[in-house]
Write a protein that binds this ligand. Sequence first.
Ligand code: PLP
Length: 453
Amino acid sequence: MDSTAKSDAWRADRDHFLHPYTDFTTFQDSGSQVVSHGDAMYIVDEAGRSYLDGIAGLWCVNLGHGRSEIAQAMGDQAQQLGYFNTFGHSTNTPAALLARQLAERTPGDLNHVFFTTGGSTANDTAIRLAHYYFNRLGKPKKKKILARNGGYHGSTYFAAALTGIHGIHYGFDRIAEDIVHHLSAANCYRRPEGMDEAQFCDFLIDEARHRIEQLGADNIAAFIAEPVMGAGGVLVAPEGYHRRMAEVCQQNDILYIADEVVTGFGRLGHWFASEDRFGHVPDILITAKGLSSGYCPIGAAVFSERMYEVISKPQGPGGVLSHGFTYSGHPVSCAAALKSIELYEREDIFGKVRDTGPYLQQQLKRLSRHDVVGDIRGDHLMAGVELVSDRDAKRNFPPDLAAAEVVFGRARDYGVIVRPVGDTIILSPPLIISREQVDTLVDSLDQAIEDVS
Ligand code: PLP
């Protein structure tokens, strides 16, 4: 490719921007697609080509692109107070108001909000404070964490340690292997042969009980799970799984951490999925992404009253809760989040998702006409289409064929952005998507799969 025909931004990016999650095999040749602006469901690249955003940026731009009201709220806040720290007894108005708004919308008695810079730092916070909580209760042995294969919890060192996607660890060191223990993924498509979904659920619960027995409940602090696994391939657990896991945790004095970074803020048609979709209230709830509709970096770990009582107990002279980020409660991020919450409510966005979500899932079933489509799954506006080279054997393609990557490329030629992860094509559009735009998304994906079949 002749890079002289490319823009200055394209060259600067290729030469200096070390991109996250990037395969560098062809990076120097092909560089990046420079996205220059966005409008509602569409993004536009610097060549002026417009694409239907089928992934909400990265499961986050829930209210769609180019929302002037959010931009205005951020600008006004930046002018009024761009930053001041929230350590100790300082605060700022948007952070305080957002904490209350979150407490009012998170389930049960999850009333105490620790602000972070994103999902990874919120998960790190949850683990650090879970350990701190048990230390303060006089149970310092409770350190181990149960996570799941296929789970994604972020890229800070500990969030990566929680992550159970094997490819992500390739070439990296693993830490905390004595602390983090992975259970099986709740992958209904690849459940053991001969089991129905109910039996698979029993199997997963038995496995968890057994592992707790092996490790000793006295040594385990927490269990972390996404309500629907996202980057692991959009895996929806069998009916009753989360509720039963919450019971197992309660019986063993293990904290349940719900990582709702993707599922929170309406993707499954409700503020949060834990209670409204899956019938349980976690001890810690993690949110990010849709919290500010992706307009500003922000995350939060929200703690129960029971935990707060212990965490906030005075430690005596010199003892403080020594945890926090410079940008915990950043006023501009909090202003973006407050405006997002206002828009979610005013426009009844989650009500719309309860219509377009099932419609997307139903339309996607059409893709089963292709032999290469092994499984179609998801919940509301979170969907995964897994490609296989052999449907009966559920065999994936050899990695060098990068089948989902090829489909992604074709879909982009047709003007829609989807996300290839392993052999699964992920869809997570902005929540403002219309039924007609769902049709366009599915039609283009259908054509892209047809082309490569
Ligand atoms: N948890 C889940 C479920 C996620 O999907 C992600 C990111 O995609 C994270 C945590 C990490 O969030 P961040 O990238 O904001 O650190």
